[in-house]
Design a protein around this ligand. Structure first.
Ligand code: CTP
Length: 479
């Protein structure tokens, strides 16, 4: 007997009634049916119309006083209704004939629609006709695959993936989101044709990639990307983290840990405590320059000196290539650059100045930096893990205390450039920047408090000397 999904959403029911009025045959399809069968709620719905979907979408838009956004080329339309997005697609069949590069489009059937979808679990429809409301049409064993937790293509995977190679990444995404495994034939096809991802626009790739990072356990999807070879095309820097080097000295062998596997674990640790996808991205990137900076030093072992700075520098190029939103670049760079710093402040004797500098360098990313640092503790030794975590708590408490006392969260010199010019009468110049910097340094060093009067007095006492030095001074914030 066919399964039934409950269709009781008032908007969908009104659309169903309109379909009856207009004599159209309509089905809810794809993710909505999948999620309903899994007992997951969702707000977006796809509806397949046997026939002209665009015309029907316009009538739906009229009914709800909305406007249809029409994609003429694909014969699809989207109608926003309240906070719901309803997508309409027609069951058209496209056939290519010899001597013509243009497809011949005919009306097609529900079967034509379903067979061109990505995975069997996404290729089910539920009827919107009154007498069969919610009856599931499952032509490719989608329900069985749902029960088994398998992602399988309705057609030969090579055909399904060739139709839209982004589906190779969608397999990784659904594996991570739903915790499903990918059927062996499908995975083999993806592996064989991974380079076809090159024909997909960067925007679509990045969108899918961020969805993988946003999954409950991103490592599942990232592993699929790695194992199928997709990661090499999408993010070669992260692909290059995999592997272990081994050096033999005398009769001892020295190996470092597999940075890719370590990174996956840290990303999952972060994902358990934060949904912030930019924090997850920064975590994925935190050791990205380890392969570039690794050296074997006799007597010391493997070192990755400066990997945090190199990794932070790489971010701009990676952001540009992946077309990631540049307003998150600074945040990701800070976290990559600073991820080793809290560990260096564990010592009892650490100065307030070092603590202040960390607070200022991290700025708004300070709390997230500690989330990353704690997630980075992946030792299997529980006593060590507990000790490291406790150390971070101690450092965090110190940083919080100093940052709060000295109001360093969004640190700026208490005297701005304009004020420095009006007090000193100096024109705009490099000298003003130098004076501002000297004031900030004095605050960070703890020589003066973070307030206007102290800054003004300190400046007036030193300004002549600074003006003389400014020409040749080299000033750049330490940390
Ligand atoms: N689809 C497809 N191939 C694609 C994209 C989408 O076959 N490259 C089909 C699938 O049947 C999918 C439906 O279109 O279920 C809707 O696509 P989308 O909204 O991207 O995915 P959902 O399955 O709805 O999942 P979610 O909304 O949770 O991302």
């Amino acid at each position: 007997m066919a399964s039934i999904v409950v269709i009781d959403h008032p908007i969908i029911l009104r659309i169903a009634a309109l379909a009856v009025d207009k004599g159209a045959s309509a089905y809810v399809v794809g993710g909505y049916v999948r999620d309903a069968l899994m007992g997951r709620a969702r707000s977006d719905v796809d509806i397949t119309i046997v026939g002209d979907a665009v015309d029907f979408a316009r009538q739906v838009a009229n009914l709800f006083n909305s406007k249809a956004v029409v994609y003429e080329r694909f014969g699809t339309a989207m109608v926003p209704i309240g906070d719901m997005h309803v997508e309409f697609v027609g069951t058209r069949r496209e056939e290519y004939h010899a001597n013509s590069r243009k497809p011949v489009v005919t009306m097609g059937t529900l079967d034509d629609d379903l067979r061109r979808r990505d995975f069997t679990v996404n290729a089910m429809a539920a009827s919107l006709a009154p007498e069969t409301l919610g009856h599931v049409v499952d032509l490719f064993g989608g329900q069985a695959d749902l029960a088994d937790g398998v992602l399988r293509t309705p057609l030969d995977p090579v055909i399904t993936m060739s139709d839209d190679p982004l589906r190779m990444m969608r397999a990784a995404r659904f594996a991570a989101q739903l915790g499903f495994r990918i059927d062996a034939d499908t995975e083999r096809a993806i592996t064989d044709m991974a380079d076809r991802i090159g024909i997909i626009s960067q925007e679509r790739i990045t969108d899918e990639f961020l969805k993988i990072l946003g999954a409950p356990l991103p490592s599942i999807g990232l592993k699929v990307l790695f194992q199928t070879g997709l990661l090499k095309h999408i993010l070669p820097e992260v692909h290059a983290l995999a592997g272990v080097d081994l050096v033999a000295v005398g009769n001892r062998e020295y190996r470092h840990k597999d940075v890719f596997l370590h990174t996956l674990q840290v990303v999952d640790n972060v994902a358990k405590v934060s949904n912030n996808v930019w924090l997850r991205l920064a975590t994925l990137m935190h050791d990205v320059a380890k392969p570039k900076t690794k050296r074997f030093v006799e007597g010391t072992g493997w070192t990755f000196h400066g990997h945090e700075d190199v990794g932070a520098r790489w971010q701009e190029k990676i952001f540009r290539r992946m077309k990631l939103p540049m307003d998150h670049l600074d945040y990701v760079q800070r976290l990559v650059r600073l991820h080793q710093r809290p560990m260096m402040l564990v010592d009892e004797g650490v100065t307030d100045s070092a603590i202040r500098r960390l607070a200022v360098a991290a700025g708004e990313a300070l709390d997230d930096l500690f989330v990353l640092c704690k997630a980075d503790v992946t030792t299997k030794n529980p006593r060590l893990a507990e000790r490291y975590t406790r150390n971070y708590d101690v450092v965090k408490a110190k940083v919080d205390a100093v940052a709060e006392r000295d109001q360093l969260r969004s640190f700026q010199s208490p005297l701005r450039g304009e004020e420095i010019m009006s007090i000193t009468g100096l024109p705009p110049s490099r000298t003003i920047g130098y004076i501002k910097w000297m004031i900030e340094e004095a605050i960070l060093e703890g020589d003066i408090p973070n307030d206007v009067t102290a800054a003004k007095n300190y400046m007036l006492a030193n300004v002549d000397q600074w003006v003389a030095q400014a020409e040749t001074a080299h000033f750049q914030r330490r940390g």
